[in-house]
Design a protein around this ligand. Structure first.
Ligand code: C2E
Ligand code: CA
Ligand code: CA
Ligand code: CA
Length: 281
């Protein structure tokens, strides 16, 4: 038993070392990726469930790795969070999304009322100087604050609610929109919600995808819709893939949706074409 115990320890240590080395390599590669411009933003339309017109887009980051191809955010955002690289990464995302958003506005003689959604990670939200940074980025890009929507996660609402509320108030004072992402996955926030200066809830796709086949999901989505109405919040449903889901959500009073049924995330070029077709004047 002693010998095998030892063997297990050795294997464990080795895999730990291998994983730590892989992380370190990933970290330095990611640092280089940010510096050398290997990050890309794709944009996914958010549409009116009634008209299917695009009212917003969400910026979603990808890493165009020189040898490994396009890497999805799930593979590197957690490492960026752990290492603190999320701060320069998040700054780049904000700058690029605001720049692109203003380019689209200018292409449509500033008549475009398109909102640009940007994800803010918890670490980024808590970072010193965030408010100033956002103000500066907005000013440099020329994008009106009211055209920017920041998506924060529900977990921020339970951690230190007073600090979070104070920061959200400051963001609100700049004039940006605020959304709670993945809503419904962290139930602790329900009682706080009334005190949070946000304007949109994004219903997590896990509920949307079980609609119609799981009565609990139906009940949860209906409860979120009722809550949102009482608190005067808008609701966007994420991950809509079928007509049935769209119909159910519309029936529950949801006005906006995002998902493969309407469009996958697109390159800026593809989205530019889509916008030109939609807003042709
Ligand atoms: P999220 O903010 O919840 O973004 C929605 C994710 O759902 C995106 O995945 C999108 O491609 C995917 N999605 C959209 N419609 C559908 C659908 O109909 N079905 C299914 N199955 N999936 C759908 P993506 O782009 O891989 O992003 C994953 C997560 O990575 C995001 O989840 C967000 O938490 C994070 N992320 C992405 N970009 C950024 C960023 O710039 N900064 C930060 N901090 N996080 C980011
Ligand atoms: Ca999001
Ligand atoms: Ca989400
Ligand atoms: Ca998510």
């Amino acid at each position: 038993a002693k010998a095998s115990g030892k063997a297990v320890t050795v294997t464990f240590d080795r895999s730990m070392t291998a994983r730590a080395a892989e992380r370190l390599e990933m970290e330095s590669e990611l640092r280089r990726a940010i510096e050398q411009g290997q990050l890309r933003l794709h944009y996914q339309p958010i549409v009116s469930l009634e008209t299917e017109q695009i009212s917003e887009v969400e910026a979603l980051v990808r890493w165009e790795h020189p040898t490994r191809g396009l890497i999805p955010p799930g593979k590197f955002i957690p490492i960026a969070e752990e290492t603190g690289l999320i701060v320069p990464l998040g700054k780049w995302v904000l700058e690029e999304a605001c720049r692109q958003g203003q380019e689209w506005r200018e292409a449509h003689s500033e008549n475009l009322s398109l909102l640009i959604g940007v994800n803010l990670s918890t670490r980024q939200f808590q970072q010193e100087g965030l408010i100033e940074e956002i103000k500066e980025i907005l000013e440099r890009s020329g994008l009106p604050p009211a055209s920017l929507k920041l998506e924060i996660t529900e977990s921020l609402m339970s951690a230190r609610p007073e600090d979070t509320i104070a920061k959200l108030e400051q963001l609100r004072a700049i004039g940006v929109h605020l959304a709670v992402d993945d809503f419904g996955t962290g139930y602790s926030s329900m009682s706080y919600l009334a005190n949070f200066p946000v304007d949109t809830l994004k219903i997590d796709q896990s509920f949307v995808q079980r609609l119609g086949s799981n009565s609990e999901s139906d009940a949860i989505v209906q409860a979120i819709m009722t809550l949102a109405k009482a608190l005067n919040l808008r609701v966007t449903s994420e991950g809509i893939e079928t007509d049935e889901q769209r119909a159910l959500l519309r029936g529950m009073g949801c006005d906006r949706g995002q998902g493969y049924l309407f469009s996958r995330p697109l390159t800026s070029l593809a989205l530019t074409e889509l916008l030109t077709n939609q807003f042709l004047t």
